[in-house]
Design a protein around this ligand. Structure first.
Ligand code: ZN
Length: 267
């Protein structure tokens, strides 16, 4: 395909016709002979250079990224991405079939794991709490099964007292581990709802925005270093106690991610 030659349309004509672009045939001050935008009069040939300049500045670069993110969440953006993926062959009949198979499997899995005595109003309430936390804190939350529906050793049920709310990034780190502390709580079914309520009302009060949440995580990292450093144990016995508790909890507790999993933030 050759480059399409533009017809000469004056600004006035383009305006009366309701077009978005016009073309005069005259070069811009940098010498591009290209279309201009009706609203702003900006030269299209200059666009890549303007973009490069904006990307070289970290502040405007962030703005561009955030704008793109917002756009990708809209319906138009999603449709465009899907169309582009189809063109590139990222989505084909195979991948579509695989997605359908997966979603069907998930459906069957949850159907099989849901007993008759499941209280749907309570599990809906947990999902609503998760939604509220996400709105207040700005941290993406997942509703997770404490004992996974499908695991190697035990399979959990899809019931309200098997649901918990955790930040999404922790959910991705957690995989299929089950914490012994949580198993203790499941024994008291009646208390479980109150437990979740209290824990997450606390969360909402403590982290009204993402920034404060991140500083919290940073502080936890510092604390983790102090706990893991054996030199501190003689000076501070509580650090030693935390160290022991942390070592005995699931996952061996040798990494920071394991440590995060044992925090009240995650459970
Ligand atoms: Zn130009």
């Amino acid at each position: 395909m050759g480059k399409q030659q533009n017809k000469i349309i004056s600004l006035k004509e383009a305006r009366t016709k309701g077009l978005k672009k016009y073309f005069t045939g005259k070069p811009c001050k940098w010498g591009h002979i290209s279309e201009r935008i009706v609203l702003t009069g900006n030269c299209q040939g200059c666009r890549p250079y303007v973009y490069k300049k904006r990307m070289s500045n970290p502040v405007t670069k962030n703005k561009i990224y955030e704008g793109n993110k917002k756009y990708m969440q809209t319906k138009v953006g999603k449709d465009k991405k899907n169309a582009a993926d189809r063109l590139r062959g990222k989505i084909n009949s195979k991948t579509i079939a695989y997605r359908r198979y997966k979603s069907a499997q998930n459906y069957i899995k949850t159907r099989l794991a849901t007993p008759k005595w499941e209280n749907k109003t309570l599990s809906k309430k947990i999902y609503k709490i998760a939604n509220d936390i996400q709105k207040v804190t700005g941290v993406k939350m997942d509703v997770d099964h404490i004992i996974p529906l499908k695991a190697d050793t035990v399979c959990g049920l899809n019931v309200w007292y098997n649901l918990t709310i955790i930040p999404r990034y922790i959910n991705s780190l957690k995989n299929k581990n089950v914490l012994p502390e949580i198993v203790d709580h499941i024994a008291n079914k009646v208390d479980w709802m109150e437990y979740i309520d209290s824990k997450y009302s606390f969360l909402c009060k403590t982290f009204p925005n993402q920034e404060r949440f991140e500083t919290y995580i940073e502080k936890q990292k510092e604390l983790f270093k102090m706990i893991m450093d054996k030199k501190n144990h003689k000076k501070n016995p509580t650090l030693y106690k935390l160290y022991l508790m942390f070592q005995t909890s699931s996952g061996g507790g040798k990494t920071f991610t394991n440590y995060l999993m044992c925090l009240p933030v995650s459970y």
